[in-house]
Every structure is written in structure tokens, then in C-alpha cells.
Ligand binder design. Structure first.
Ligand code: FE
Ligand code: FE
Ligand code: ZN
Length: 301
């Protein structure tokens, strides 16, 4: 069987930059990872340090992490779907440059919110934006993320994603990141994932699927809420998520956890700790750990 490619969201901080992200991924037992190059809710970005990048690439090589499986997530405040998307366009151009400078080939992007202009106009805005941003020299692949359909989100169906891809001139540089929490919230039945993949293949083409966000959901199918839950503790459930991860049709695709941090109350203040080390352990063992939250608390306290 092909090897499992699993990782999680990690941080990217000014002291160690990419080197710190790799270390964090390794600490969780991952062989890939995803990060924001700065705070997702703002556009302040630190200067990239090539020395740290070089060290990070060496550490990745030593640990069999293929950089083509590593993902940058564009900040979620970027909104190409709005009529006035000039700022989003210029910021995304910068973000592409940063991603390329790090040697990373995949940049996940939320299509955005149409904020009242209507879904069709929203889609047209995304297309127009991407046609300004992507040219023949662009090296990264823009991975459009499937959304939960919360508020006025664009991209909560395979058909909407396909429309965007079809409108982009250099659409060999556009692909898809499927988020399991989001598609369930959008109404897809993930308990029969082969059927979901068939539909994806029929509408978009399975070769366009290059990244999977493997999250559980706090809400029922079709809820349009977008609230992630720890692996196996939500409405999708452990068995369904494991089946998705080990589905032979998508074994070669990197799977990234974006499950919520676990809170530990130590009387004085509440702290949050990452669940990823223990979730990845469960995924590798294919065995549900009912004590996950306790194990995390004991490990970090
Ligand atoms: Fe996302
Ligand atoms: Fe996601
Ligand atoms: Zn989400």
C-alpha cells in the first residue's frame, strides 16, 4: 500500500520560520504540514529568512517530508468574490511570491464571500481576480477549498468550484482542496465517500484533487455552520474519517488536520493545546482513543 501522508496545521513564527514549522510537524509525528505565513486575520508579514528556509529544507529531506505535500493556507480575510477585490488581488500576488520563495507548490485559498452581490457575480469576481493573479510564469498551484456554505460563501458545491476553474485561463495552475467538515456541512454524505469521489470526478475530475482537510464536524450534514471537531468526536465519526484517509483512490493525497485545540483549565487561566500528536497516533493505529482529550491534557500539563 502507498504510504500515508498525514499532518496538521502548524505555526510559522518569526524566530524560526519554516524551520520551526517542520520541527512542530515532526513533533506531532506528521510527514507533511500546513501553515499561514502570518496571522490569517491580518496582512502583516515578516521578511523571509533564506538561511532558515535552507535549514528547514534539509530537515525535511532528512525526515522524508516531500515539499510537494506541504501546504500554505492564504489568509481567510482575502476575499476575491467581492466586487471590490483589488486589495485581495494585490495581497494574494504577494502571498504567491512568498510561497514560491519557500519552495512550496500548493497554496490553499477560500473562494470567498459574495457579500450580497449574488453567487454568480461572486464566482465571476473570483475568476476575474485569478485571471489577474495567475499568469504563465506562476509556479504555485492555487487550491480552491470546498466551503461549508456558511453565510454567503462561494464554493460550497463541486459545481461552483468547477465554474471557477473553467473560467480561469491558466487553470492548469488551479486545483482543489477538499475539507471533510465543510462538504458535510454543505450537504454531501461523507459516509459513502466513494460516491462523493465519483461525483467529484464527474464534475471536476479527480486529478484536480490535491489536498484533503481531514476534520470532524460539530454539526449535522447540511448545517452550513463550519465548526470543526476533534477527530472521531463529531458527526462524521472515526470510522468514516479513517475510511476516507485510507481510501486507495486518494492515498497519494496529503491529509491535513485542522481540528480544534483542547483547553486545559489550570485554575488561574485557560490554555489551549494542539490535539495533533494524539490524533495522528489514532490515525496511524486506526484505533479510536476515547481518552484523547485526557491524554492531551496529561501530556501538556
Ligand atoms: Fe481553509
Ligand atoms: Fe479547511
Ligand atoms: Zn472550516
Amino acid at each position: 500500500m502507498e504510504k500515508l501522508i498525514i499532518g496538521s496545521h502548524v505555526s510559522f513564527e518569526k524566530d524560526e520560520q519554516l524551520l520551526g514549522s517542520v520541527k512542530e510537524a515532526l513533533e506531532y509525528g506528521g510527514n507533511t504540514f500546513m501553515f499561514y505565513t502570518g496571522a490569517p486575520q491580518n496582512t502583516i508579514r515578516i521578511r523571509l529568512n533564506d538561511e532558515l528556509t535552507k535549514k528547514a529544507l534539509i530537515l525535511m529531506k532528512e525526515n522524508d517530508i516531500d515539499i510537494n505535500n506541504v501546504i500554505v493556507h492564504a489568509p481567510y480575510i482575502i476575499n476575491l468574490a467581492n466586487d471590490d477585490n483589488a486589495f485581495a488581488i494585490s495581497f494574494l500576488k504577494e502571498e504567491i511570491k512568498r510561497t514560491e520563495k519557500l519552495g512550496i507548490t500548493k497554496l490553499v485559498l477560500h473562494p470567498g464571500s459574495h457579500v450580497g452581490v449574488g453567487i454568480d457575480k461572486g464566482i465571476q469576481n473570483v475568476i476575474a481576480g485569478l485571471n489577474v493573479i495567475i499568469d504563465e510564469k506562476t509556479k504555485v498551484n492555487i487550491c480552491l477549498e470546498t466551503m461549508a456554505g456558511k453565510g454567503r460563501e462561494v464554493g460550497s458545491s463541486f459545481i461552483e468550484i468547477k465554474k471557477i476553474i473553467d473560467g480561469v485561463k491558466y487553470n492548469n495552475k488551479v486545483s482543489v482542496c477538499l475539507d471533510t467538515c465543510h462538504i458535510s456541512d454543505a450537504g454531501y454524505d461523507i459516509s459513502n465517500f466513494d460516491q462523493v469521489l465519483d461525483e467529484f470526478d464527474r464534475i471536476i475530475g479527480l486529478e484536480k484533487l490535491v489536498c484533503i482537510h481531514i476534520n470532524d464536524s460539530k454539526n449535522e450534514k447540511g448545517a452550513h455552520k463550519d465548526r470543526h471537531e476533534n477527530f472521531g468526536f463529531g458527526t462524521l465519526g472515526f470510522d468514516n474519517l479513517i475510511k476516507i484517509i485510507y481510501n486507495p483512490r486518494i492515498m497519494h493525497i496529503p491529509k491535513i488536520l485542522e481540528t480544534p485545540y483542547v483547553s486545559i483549565d489550570d485554575s488561574s487561566k485557560e490554555r489551549l493545546y494542539p490535539p495533533y500528536k494524539f490524533e495522528i497516533m489514532m490515525i496511524k493505529n486506526k484505533k479510536f482513543n476515547t481518552n484523547l482529550i485526557e491524554d492531551i491534557r496529561n501530556y501538556y500539563k
